[in-house]
Design a protein around this ligand. Structure first.
Ligand code: NAD
Length: 411
């Protein structure tokens, strides 16, 4: 059976194509990646035994510029998931008016089962296997789920070693000392907060309540930005579960506690204290069903689907995780007048931050954080305005508007 995430992306393309009266061949080419690379990554484990992992790289479309998109390490990663993510990248980059095409990499691996040395070896081996398909004007990877600045550092070092010269522009999301950009780490969460401010002005409430699923690069940063802006974050979670406090959580303390305890579920931090006893625990399923103004899925795809959509009580869903809301669930939410602000727009702060990092590397410059965040803010506001125009013109949801706008640019 076709992967539900890929199916959702394809159904948006088909719906947009119908509205734009596109020919079958055009729709086919929009769905079809330009290249699919599959390899098996073999590393020698700490126990000297071989460990093997399926690895993927998908180039979807490079009409607008070099292929761009992150690399995901996850036990459930598969070819169809990477394909859906690569397609979303093409559409996201088009909506953000970036001179980037769309691609994605992935390795089916549980990185939590690897030692640091094994993880480094896996990252370097990915570069060795796919070296010919990576480059500053070819495919420029970045972090995604379970990959981070450290992994980009290992990768860019390995790439530069094989190339025989420093090649910082071949990767983004690097640490600052490796040519990374100020503000890239928080770019995705920051961009999401900018877009939420833009759309939440119509919500009639002095203090808006928020629940966030996922507390990684994206979830933690958006939680911090919204907390600083005075939103009341009542629940947050990671893969092991979450905490809920109607009075609102102290997000900086939750972050500190999570680093100490290794999980969110024991970080019931309100006011200036944390209770580590397990009070206020909430499951990831129940978090999605909370009666909040704003729900932010910031972990994985398909979490809001036909099975739980009727239980969603939020007024706004900010889709920070790629593909968090399935096609069918989004249709139902739209009918219930729940505003779904789509992944293609809300999480594009990450790739815009990457674009700015790439520009700095190509020009051998280093910009300050104020400049980087201000450019992200302006580009995202422009993309949001463009989407609202299309939404009004075609009388469609914001998500479908995003596909229509992107496809017009990709034709
Ligand atoms: P991450 O690996 O840093 O964090 C993922 C978080 O989700 C972790 O807190 C993890 O514990 C949690 N999680 C994993 N499985 C879960 C589950 N079943 N239930 C609840 N929580 C679970 O990843 P990230 O970079 O924060 O990416 C999150 C999402 O945002 C992904 O969809 C990714 O594609 C998307 N995204 C990331 C960026 C970026 O710059 N990192 C940019 C755009 C989009």
């Amino acid at each position: 059976m076709i992967n539900q995430f890929l199916q959702s992306v394809e159904r948006y393309i088909e719906s947009a194509a119908q509205i734009l009266s596109l020919k079958k061949e055009v729709v086919f080419s929009l769905k079809q990646p330009q290249n699919i690379f599959k390899k098996e990554i073999i590393i020698k484990g700490d126990d000297k035994k071989e460990k093997k992992f399926p690895a993927y790289l998908i180039w979807h479309n490079n009409k607008l510029g070099p292929y761009k998109g992150g690399i995901r390490f996850h036990p459930e990663t598969n070819l169809e998931e990477v394909k859906a993510l690569a397609m979303l990248m093409s559409f996201k980059n088009a909506v953000a008016s970036l001179t980037f095409g769309g691609a994605k990499g992935g390795v089916k691996v549980d990185p939590k089962q690897l030692s640091e040395k094994e993880l480094e070896e896996l990252s370097c081996q990915y570069v060795r296997e796919f070296f010919d398909f990576i480059g500053p004007h070819k495919y420029i990877p970045a972090p995604d789920v379970n990959t981070n600045a450290q992994i980009m550092a290992w990768m860019v070092d390995e790439y530069s070693r094989i190339a025989g010269q420093p090649m910082p522009a071949a990767f983004t999301g690097k640490p600052i000392e490796k040519g990374g950009s100020e503000g890239r780490d928080e770019a995705t969460g920051y961009g999401g907060s900018v877009i939420l401010e833009r759309f939440s002005q119509n919500l009639n409430s002095d203090i808006l309540t928020v629940a966030i699923q996922g507390f990684g690069n994206v979830g933690e940063h958006i939680a911090q930005f919204l907390f600083e802006k005075g939103y009341k974050i009542v629940a947050v979670s990671d893969s092991k579960g979450g905490v809920f406090a109607q009075a609102g959580l102290n997000i900086p303390l939750v972050s500190k506690c999570r680093r100490l305890k290794g999980m969110i579920a024991h970080c019931y931090c309100i006011g200036s204290v944390c209770d580590y006893s397990g009070n206020g625990q909430i499951s990831n399923d129940d978090l999605l069903k909370l009666n909040v103004d704003i729900l932010i899925p910031a972990a994985l795809e398909n979490v809001i689907n036909e099975n739980n959509v009727d239980d969603i009580k939020a007024k706004v869903v900010l889709e920070m995780a790629n593909g968090a809301v399935t096609f069918n669930a989004e249709q139902i939410l739209s009918k219930k007048r729940v505003l779904v602000i789509p992944d293609i727009l809300v999480n594009s702060g990450g790739v815009i931050g990457s674009y700015l990092e790439w520009q700095q590397n190509l020009k051998n410059e280093h910009w300050d954080k104020k400049r980087v965040l201000s450019e992200i803010r302006e580009m995202m506001k422009k993309a949001a305005d463009d989407l609202v125009e299309i939404q009004k013109q075609y009388k469609v949801s914001l998500k479908l508007a995003a596909f229509i706008l992107a496809i017009k640019k990709l034709l």
